[in-house]
Every structure is written in structure tokens, then in C-alpha cells.
Design a protein around this ligand. Structure first.
Ligand SMILES: Cc1ncc(COP(=O)(O)O)c(C=O)c1O
Length: 398
């Protein structure tokens, strides 16, 4: 390997929330100092050396003034979407934003009125609901159907809710967080058709599309032309290249009407120029770091192997859903004899391993835990070993 993923970054320098003792201690009072955080979804790997070099050059130059989205940045997005995802994107369709979550908030403000409904398949990433609730809009949740180790969309319920409550937007997570499920072309077409038939704008959040463990990711931008007028695609390099703190993202919106509505909302809030390191890092990631991303993906696959082996051997009562993308395994503990809070609490306090709890995912995740494989193989192995000891203790004390 050209890049060393065993050599993780010192996360105290960027004040990483997931490693912050004060924050973790609030959630799990009394946690030991040597805890391993497998919760918040950023990775501990150092960013690609190409990105670090570009930021060092910028830093040493010493100028961080007002800027604008450059031609080079637009071209890097067009090229990345083409070579990585087979997406044809025109420059006009791209709008720079300050993060996918802020983008969702602005879009809700742009396309809906207070008390309007926004629909989503649950469980799903918490901020999907915040974008509605923070703006006094109402949320319709349509539970995903769990069959075996995969989620499926409930098209009948989606359609019923669309017809009954006339939501304005479907917030769609593709690939799905939590779980990593990749939606097939047929599934995407059914979703897009339902949206079109019921006058619901399809918002496809594709931030988890860059690390693929199994199968093929298909962007909503690859759907037939007739769906393009009703589509907003949000993404960023933040998950893939670990740039979340740089707070940059973008939308791709083929419809002039929809993108002008979002841009008008930007104008009202003076969302204009990018931050300097964000633009440099994103451009470098897309132009020069494809190989780093592939090696990162391989490293995560190895971590998934370690994780899966340990689940099969030491946690037979836990069910790992098939993780087709990203680095965040999702575990069903409904058959384990313990509730998710008890498990998470015991793992934090007695094993010193902090995991994500189903509560964070809008709805329909009462028996789930989420883990984070974006760290060194050594820490993954140590977490699993520590948790196995605690799990045996919990079961024997029952
Ligand atoms: C589904 C989903 N969308 C968006 C984000 C955040 O994206 P960004 O860093 O571009 O704001 C996350 C982060 O965990 C996510 O899981």
C-alpha cells in the first residue's frame, strides 16, 4: 500500500467530538480515560498526503482572504462525478454549499411552507428530520422493511402517505445511513416515479456513495431524463476523504427552477464564497486522491472482516446487516436479550468502547447499534476483544 492507514491522526488537535472526554463523559458518566470511540461518523485516518500538502502550501503562503468557486473547482466536480459515478453533470447544475445538512435546511426553506410535510424512510440520519423540525415543517416516517440482513423500501406505504398527506419533499438517503444499503436501479426508478406522480421533489443525499464494499452504487443522476426535472442531489467529499470539519459541499440540480429556488434562499442568507481550505481540499481530493480513496476502501474492507469474524464468534445473538457501502456497520440487537441502551452503556463503562445508539436515527431503530470502522485495524481488534469479554460477563450475570 502506498498510504499508511495504521498511522492514525492525533484527534485532540482538531478537537474531534468523538474523542472528547467531556462530551463522551456526558453521555456515559464515569467512562475510563482509555475509551475507544466507535460512534460519530468521521474517520481517524490522516487525510491524503496530497490534501495535507496542498493545505500546508496554503498555510505557509499565509493568505486566507475572500474567494469564489473557481473554474478548477467546478471542473473537479464534473470530472469526479463522471469518472467515479458515470454521471453527466453540467457546470450550471452545480451549486456550492456549506455542508449537506445546511443544504437540506436551505432547501426545506426554499421549497416548502411551515406545516408542510416532508417524507423519509426510517431509520435514517437524524438531521433529515432536523431540517424539517427546525423549520416548523412536519415529518412523515415510512419504516423500511428489514428482511434477513437487508432493508427494503415499503413502496405501498410511501405511496399511501404521499397521496394522503401530500408531502413536498422526499429526503432519500442513497446509499442508506445507517446500514450502508445500496438501492438498485429498479428501486430508484420506483421511488422517482412515485415522487413524479405525487408532485414530491426527490432529494437524494449521496454522501455515502464513495466507499463501496459490495455491489454497484447508482446515482439518482443516472435515472432516465424524465426524472431530472424533479431531482436535487446533495453530496460532498467529506465522508470519503474525512473533510467534514472544512464545511463544504455541493448540490447538483438539473432543473433550473429548483436550483434557482435554492440559490434564492442562499442569497437571502448570503451563502456566497467558499472557505479557502475547504475549496483547496475538495479540489485536491477530486483531482489527485482517487488512489488514496481506493486504498482507504480496501483498509475498511479488512476492518469489516475483523469486525464480522468477531461478531460471528463472540456475539452470535447480534445480527450484522449487510454493509454494502461506507464504514458504519449497523447491528440489530433485538434478539440479544438486552436493550440497546443497556448494551451501549455497559460497553462504554465496562469495556471502554463507545458505540452509536439507534435513538439518533429519526425513528424505527429501537434495537440497533452503529459502529465506526474508520480507524486503525488495531483499535477495531482491541474494541472487539474488550466488548467480547463484557458481552460474556453480561450474559453470565443475567
Ligand atoms: C446521510 C448523511 N448526510 C450528510 C452528512 C453530512 O454531510 P456533510 O459533511 O457534507 O455536511 C452525513 C454525515 O454523517 C450523513 O450521514
Amino acid at each position: 500500500m502506498k498510504y499508511d492507514f495504521d498511522d492514525i491522526a492525533d484527534r485532540s488537535i482538531d478537537n474531534a467530538r468523538k474523542w472528547d472526554k467531556k462530551i463522551v463523559n456526558k453521555k456515559f458518566p464515569g467512562i475510563a480515560d482509555d475509551f475507544i470511540p466507535l460512534w460519530i461518523a468521521d474517520m481517524d485516518f490522516k487525510a491524503a498526503p496530497e490534501i495535507r500538502n496542498a493545505l500546508t502550501k496554503m498555510s505557509e503562503n499565509g493568505a486566507y482572504g475572500y474567494t469564489y468557486p473557481t473554474e478548477k473547482w467546478f471542473q473537479s466536480v464534473i470530472d469526479w462525478q463522471d469518472k467515479k459515478h458515470n454521471n453527466h453533470v453540467e457546470k450550471d447544475w452545480i451549486t456550492l454549499g456549506y455542508g449537506t445538512v445546511p443544504n437540506m435546511h436551505y432547501l426545506v426553506q426554499a421549497l416548502t411552507e411551515p406545516e408542510d410535510y416532508i417524507i423519509m424512510n426510517t431509520p435514517v440520519y437524524g438531521p433529515f428530520a432536523y431540517a424539517a423540525e427546525h423549520n416548523n415543517r412536519k415529518v412523515i416516517t415510512v419504516p423500511l422493511i428489514l428482511k434477513g440482513d437487508r432493508y427494503y423500501l415499503d413502496f405501498n406505504k410511501l405511496e399511501d402517505e404521499m397521496k394522503a398527506k401530500h408531502p413536498k419533499i422526499l429526503m432519500f438517503c442513497s446509499p442508506h445511513n445507517p446500514s450502508g444499503r445500496i438501492w438498485s436501479q429498479d428501486e430508484l426508478i420506483k421511488v422517482a416515479q412515485l415522487c413524479l406522480d405525487n408532485d414530491v421533489v426527490l432529494v437524494s443525499d449521496e454522501v455515502h456513495s464513495e466507499h463501496i464494499m459490495e455491489g454497484e452504487f447508482i446515482s439518482a443522476l443516472r435515472l432516465p431524463e424524465k426524472y431530472m426535472g424533479n431531482l436535487v442531489m446533495f453530496t460532498s467529499p467529506n465522508k470519503a476523504f474525512n473533510l467534514g470539519g472544512l464545511k463544504l459541499s455541493y448540490s447538483i440540480i438539473p432543473s433550473e427552477k429548483l436550483r434557482n429556488a435554492l440559490r434564492k434562499q442562499y442569497l437571502k442568507n448570503s451563502v456566497t464564497s467558499p472557505n479557502v481550505p475547504g475549496q483547496i481540499a475538495m479540489t485536491t481530493a477530486y483531482n489527485d486522491c482517487g488512489e488514496w480513496l481506493l486504498q482507504c476502501e480496501s483498509y475498511i474492507k479488512e476492518n469489516l472482516n475483523i469486525f464480522e469474524k468477531s461478531i460471528n464468534k463472540d456475539f452470535p445473538e447480534w445480527k450484522l446487516l449487510k454493509m454494502e457501502s461506507s464504514y458504519l456497520p449497523w447491528i440489530d440487537v433485538s434478539e440479544s436479550g438486552f436493550d440497546m441502551h443497556t448494551i451501549a452503556n455497559n460497553m462504554a463503562i465496562n469495556a471502554g468502547v463507545v458505540v452509536g445508539i439507534g435513538d439518533d436515527y429519526v425513528a424505527d431503530a429501537d434495537d440497533f447499534l452503529r459502529f465506526n470502522l474508520g480507524t486503525s485495524a488495531k483499535l477495531i481488534q482491541e474494541s472487539m476483544d474488550r466488548m467480547a469479554v463484557e458481552w460474556r460477563r453480561m450474559k453470565s450475570n443475567k
